[in-house]
Structure formats: structure tokens, C-alpha cells
Design a protein around this ligand. Sequence first.
Ligand code: GRF
Length: 188
Amino acid sequence: MKKIAVFASGNGSNFQAILDQVMLGAVDAEIGFVFCDKLKAGVIERAKSANIPVFSFVQKDFENKVQFEEEILTHLRDHQIDFVILAGYMRLIGDTLLQAYENKIVNIHPSLLPAFPGKDAIGQAYRAGVKVTGVTVHYVDAGMDTGPIIAQQAVEVAYGDTEDMIAEKIHKVEHVLYPKVIQELVSK
Ligand code: GRF
């Protein structure tokens, strides 16, 4: 069975959705560990309550990004991780991890890329007044949300939708789409 590591920086609702599908057997993979680059984040508690190992350390405690990522890489190798799943991980992946895990790192982004990359994609879409936005799952490269697209799903913005309402629709789609794509990846 393939092993995945989930990297997250925040609430971890996508991690939770993946975990739920792993528990149900709909995602045929083992979650080796969760890595969080914040010392306090919702995802840490979620992982602990599921008895999944969780590592959290911050880049500023290392001399540079290379050393930070080398520490992460040690954990990936120790746990024999096959795929790295970014789920709300708010940091660009550097060469150290990209080279070690070429085409094995994926990300979910709350817009139809290449529209609205970077931070606050939902807010960007709301302010732009688009009638359709959505969710993208893509391979990770050195850019900001620029890697090859694996899957996309559109979300309609209805007249009068607030930013919070759009966010809720987007997250609902994410929680179904991401586990599905991960299942496809691990079963290849
Ligand atoms: C999601 O909207 C994801 O697309 C983006 O960050 C958010 C993470 O939410 N990359 P959560 O921490 O999984 O709840």
C-alpha cells in the first residue's frame, strides 16, 4: 500500500476529508504522518486525535530553507513516503523536496487555475465578480500554484453570494475532489 504524508499549515479540513476516506477504505493509502509548519494549528489536534504522527517545526528555527527541507526529507525517508499531499500548506516547496519527490507532490488550490493564484484565492474571485470559480488539484513545481493541472471542478457563484458562502461551496467540493484524485494517484 502507498504511503502519503499530508503537509498543512492551518485548520486541516482537507486533511480530515482525506483521513475520513482512508478510514472508509475509499482511499487505498496509509497516512504516514502530518507535517505542520506552524506550532499551533487545527490540523495538529486533528492528527493527534486520529493517532497519526505529527511533526511541527518552523522554518525560522533553521539556518535556511535547504536545512528546513532536509529535516522534512529525513522524516519522509524514515516513513518511506511515496506521495506528499499539500493541504493548505502555505509555503513554496524548494528544490530539496522537489528533486527528491519529482512529480510526487500535489496541491489543492481554491480557484480555477491559472486564475487567482496565491493567497486569498476565494477573496480574489469574489472581488473580481466572477460567476464561476472552482477548485484545482495540480502537481507542484517551483512556482506559486503553477504546476501541471490534474483535475478541476467548477463552482458557480450565485447572485448575492457572500464571500463566506462561496468559501463554503468551494470547501465542500475540495473535500470530495481531493480524496478522489489521491485515490487515482496511489492506485496507478
Ligand atoms: C483550502 O481552501 C485549500 O484549497 C487551500 O487552503 C485551504 C486549506 O483549508 N490551499 P484546510 O486547512 O484544509 O481547512
